[in-house]
Design a binder for this molecule. Structure first.
Ligand code: B12
Length: 215
């Protein structure tokens, strides 16, 4: 079902075509495709493919940049619909979220932000390349329940450990819980650095956040 549309979505990312991605996203909405399905079955596989090609040296950094731009264009079209589908009104908890210092990958972090917001969390999105102490400072300022740290590089994963340590140093734990994610991150890594949880994707991040604020 909708295989042709999912192909068009994948293709727009692989070609790094923001206009094509925008169009494929609008078409998906017009056809009644769930925006999250469009992301997970259409656009993200395109990103995965370009990532593999980059790994093999078949495409170069500018191609990655254009794929990222195309992805952002698609998400911008799908986002209002995702927000609308989140029906929760009462605030479930406050989350400080960001991509750790040295890392500028923002697409996954922003998806997590969108879905958490749509699910009833108040999200303070610090953006990308966020200094370690900023997570703790913001968490204190807004009395956050959760801190979420994204890392897409094996080198910047270490920064997640530093955020755990910074929250300890600021005396915020165990009241404030910390969750981690990003392509190279795993449950084992989360345990190893003393984080409270790991989410494989944005849906898992929401389930995890809900379970942690209920504790
Ligand atoms: C697009 C992209 C870029 C774009 C980013 C554009 C942007 N605005 O974000 C640009 C061109 C900037 C880029 C740059 C680089 N990139 Co890059 N990039 C990618 C690519 C292709 C896709 C990433 C992406 O957006 N995925 C889609 C999203 C939806 O998935 P996600 O990020 O994993 O997020 C999901 C989950 O992980 C989870 N999640 C994410 N964060 C969090 C947080 C929490 C708290 C939770 C619970 C869950 C969670 O939920 C998200 C939603 O489902 C990946 C390959 C890949 N397939 O991952 C390489 C990749 C990550 N990049 C890579 C590299 C090497 C680089 C560069 C170093 C290249 C260079 N030579 O300069 C630079 C580094 C720049 C920097 N300092 O950060 C490598 C990393 C290798 C490694 N293991 O360290 C990869 C894996 C490509 C590869 N195969 O070699 N990149």
């Amino acid at each position: 079902m909708h295989e042709e549309q999912f192909n068009a979505m994948r293709q727009s990312i692989v070609e790094g075509a923001p206009d094509g991605a925008r169009e494929a996203a609008s078409q998906a909405l017009a056809l009644g495709i769930d925006p999250l399905d469009a992301i997970n079955q259409g656009f993200v596989p395109g990103l995965n493919r370009i990532g593999e090609q980059f790994n093999r040296g078949e495409v170069f950094l500018p191609d990655l940049v254009m794929a990222g731009e195309a992805m952002k264009a698609a998400v911008a079209v799908l986002e209002p619909e995702m927000q609308k589908r989140g029906t929760q009104r009462q605030v479930l908890g406050k989350v400080v979220l960001g991509t750790v210092k040295g890392d500028i990958h923002e697409i996954g972090k922003s998806l997590v932000s969108t879905l958490l917001t749509a699910s009833g969390f108040q999200v303070f999105d610090l953006g990308v390349n966020v200094p370690i102490d900023s997570f703790a400072e913001k968490a204190r300022e807004v009395q956050a329940d959760l801190v979420g740290v994204s890392a897409l590089l094996t080198t910047t994963m270490q920064g997640q450990r530093s955020v755990v340590e910074a929250l300890d140093r600021h005396g915020l734990r165990p009241r404030v819980k910390i969750i981690v994610g990003g392509a190279p991150v795993s449950r084992d890594w989360a345990e190893k650095i003393g984080a409270d949880g790991y989410g494989q994707d944005a849906m898992a991040a929401v389930a995890l956040a809900k379970s942690l604020v209920q504790k």
